[in-house]
Write a protein that binds this ligand. Sequence first.
Ligand SMILES: [Zn+2]
Length: 254
Amino acid sequence: MIDAHCHIEQKDFDNDRDLVIEECKKELKAIITSACEIENFLKTIEIVKKHKNFVYACFGLHPEYIKEISEKDVENFFDFVKENLNFVKGIGEVGLDYFWIKEDYWRNKQKELLERIVEFSREIKKPLVIHCRDAYKDLIKILEQEDAKKVLLHLFGALDLVKVIGENDFKITVGPIVDRSNKHKEIVKTLDLEYIMTETDSPWNNPNNRNLRNIPLNVKFVCEKIADIKKIDLKEVIEKTSKNAIEFFDLNES
Ligand SMILES: [Zn+2]
C-alpha cells in the first residue's frame, strides 16, 4: 500500500512525526508528501533524508494561496526545485481552486501560474500532482493545451469528466471521501484500476468523519473501500495501486 498524497510535513505531526512514520512502515511501502508552502520545503527535505526510500516528496504552490504568492515566490520555487531535483518526485500540489477564490482577477492569476508550472514540469521532466476544486473544465483545458503528460488528479471528483482521464492517460487518487460520497464511488466504479492510486490527504480529510486522527496508514480503509465498490480482491487493489504509484513517481530509481 502507498499513500500517494499526504502532508506529513504539516505541524500536526511535529510532536510525533517519526513515530507515525515508523508505524506506517509496518504496513505501507511508501508515503508521498506534497509540501506546498515554501517555508516547509527545507523541513520536508530533512524528513525525506531521515526516512530514505520510504518518504518521498512533491513540491508545489497551492492555488488556494494565490493572493499571497508573489513573483519572487514563484522564482524561488522554480530555483528551489531545480537545485533539489534529487529530492523532487513531482510538482504539487498545484492547480485551480474556484471554491475559495471567487474573483475573476485571481482565478486568471491561478490559470497563468498553472500554465507556467505545467511548462516547468515538462522542462524538468517531473510529474504533476493537481488540486482542483470547482474548476475542472478550465483545468482540463490548460492541461490539454499545454500537452501535460504525467498528471495525477488528487481526489478527482468530476464524474461528468471521467472519460478525460482515460483519453489523456491521467491518473487519479482516491481518498477517504470515497466512503461518504456517491460521486466518488461512481468514479471508482467507472475507472479501471490502472488509473487509480490511493491517498489520505492527512492530516486533513478524516476517514468517515469518524473521530480518528488521519494518518497515512489510513489508506488501508481506502483500499478496502475500492475492493468493496469494484467487487474485487483487496490484494489486487493493493498490488495495482502500489504499482501505479511506483511507476508514476519513479520510486524504484531512488
Ligand atoms: Zn493535499
